[in-house]
Design a protein around this ligand. Structure first.
Ligand code: ZN
Ligand code: ZN
Length: 421
């Protein structure tokens, strides 16, 4: 069955002429090194957007800039009518101080939410940007033979807004009308991934990356002297009970076979001095889940635990939670199978592996509110490095093997061609 599918797919989708990729690849490597050396935080990618839009204009494309502050988009129109698809790259860097010895390591420093920070492409979005610029060039060169249209999306601020609560990234691009005149039938995205060996790509069917929520819990007690706790209500003790109760929810109350859940507290803030019991304590953290029903159930349990624990001590509780990213899921079976076949055909059966479920999140998931999506991963770790010893994405020592650029270029190009021929 498999070989039949492959044989059919081979005749339906010629692999792009290698010469083209080999010509474009050195430029992709240069662009990526340049972006790496000049990283910019989300919604500040002014230089990056400038380099992208110069390149696209040079290809003769009509370029839209300033979408979601610094986003760039352009449409490649094929010589014949056909389907409309979109390819997305994210372009932002992180507030991380680079600790690699690369000759093009970032020395950039800036302020992030009031704090001085280094800036680094520690998630590999420099590679995503350069790959899509290369794919654009390949597709423009083949434009006359293409049936259909490709929307190129260079999206800012994937890692989050510059300030909490500000609209950002994919959602903001969509809300500002990215798809107003262009309704794609599929949106494709990739991510370079540490721990996955260079030369490999990976994807999975169905849920792939988690729903991410940010939550804030506040316990209000009654301030008193630390030597006389009975004169007040100690919210710190309630917070301590709550911290353990939350682990109890995950470990004892959720069907983890059905769908995994992670509940993490990232900060507990309360009090200023060793002998004063404070009035209020604030806890904040993240919930990761893969199923909306499970998510609602956990939220209900957090609220119930918070209310009851607070009440037992005479304190009061408030709980706020907001989703920062929906589920990233290859939920469209036809698109997933077809894309998987294209990847296997282009890169070889042994180069395509299944990705384990990831509890990190991606705002690429926002595009699935508009069209079916396919998201896959490109191995970023040198073949000689043991996967478990690779510094992960977001680490100051994150290293991208440049083979990932070639594989990403081939893969994304092939996925687009498959739809447009
Ligand atoms: Zn990231
Ligand atoms: Zn990322």
């Amino acid at each position: 069955m498999q070989s039949l599918v492959l044989a059919f797919a081979l005749s339906a989708t010629p692999v792009p002429a290698n010469a083209d990729i080999e010509q474009v690849l050195p430029r992709v490597i240069q662009w990526r090194r340049d972006f790496h050396q000049h990283p910019e935080l989300g919604a500040s990618e002014v230089r990056t957007a400038g380099v992208i839009s110069e390149h696209l204009k040079g290809l003769g494309l009509e370029v839209k800039t300033g979408i979601a502050v610094t986003g760039v988009a352009a449409v490649i129109r094929g010589g014949r009518p056909g389907p409309r698809i979109a390819l997305r790259a994210d372009i932002d860097a992180l507030p991380v101080t680079e600790e690699t010895n690369l000759p093009f390591a970032s020395k950039v420093r800036t302020t992030y939410r009031g704090q001085p920070v280094g800036v680094m492409h520690a998630c590999g979005h420099d590679a995503h940007t350069a790959i899509l610029m290369g794919v654009a060039e390949l597709l423009v060169a083949q434009r006359e033979q293409l049936a259909g249209e490709v929307l190129l999306i260079f999206q800012p601020a994937e890692e989050g807004p510059p300030e909490p609560g500000v609209p950002f990234g994919a959602r903001l691009m969509i809300d500002e009308g990215l798809f107003a005149d262009f309704k794609p039938e599929a949106v494709f995205g990739l991510h370079v991934w540490a721990g996955l060996p260079a030369g490999k790509v990976a994807y999975r069917s169905g849920p792939t990356m988690a729903i991410a929520d940010e939550w804030v819990l506040k316990f209000k007690g009654a301030q008193t002297h630390g030597s006389r706790p009975w004169d007040g209500i100690d919210p710190l003790t309630v917070a301590a009970q709550m911290q353990l109760a939350m682990q109890n929810i995950v470990a004892r109350q959720v069907d983890i076979v059905r769908s995994p859940v992670v509940l993490t507290t990232g900060a507990i803030r309360g009090g200023v001095r060793y002998n004063i019991i404070p009035e209020e304590v604030e806890m904040t953290g993240t919930l990761r889940s893969f199923d909306l029903d499970v998510r609602s159930d956990v939220i209900r349990r957090i609220e119930a635990n918070a209310q009851h624990l607070a009440a037992a001590s005479g304190a009061s509780a408030t709980f706020d939670i907001s989703m920062t990213a929906p589920l990233t899921s290859n939920s469209n079976r036809e698109l997933t199978e077809r894309s998987g076949n294209t990847l296997r055909m282009t890169l070889g059966e042994e180069s395509v592996v299944e990705m384990p479920l990831l509890t990190v999140a991606e705002d690429f998931s926002q595009y699935s509110t508009v069209a079916p999506t396919f998201f896959f991963f490109v191995g970023a770790t040198n073949r000689e490095t043991k996967p478990r010893e690779a510094a992960p994405n977001h680490s100051p020592r994150f290293l991208l093997d440049e083979e990932a650029l070639k594989i990403g270029l081939e893969a994304m190009h092939a996925l687009a061609l498959d739809r447009l021929q």
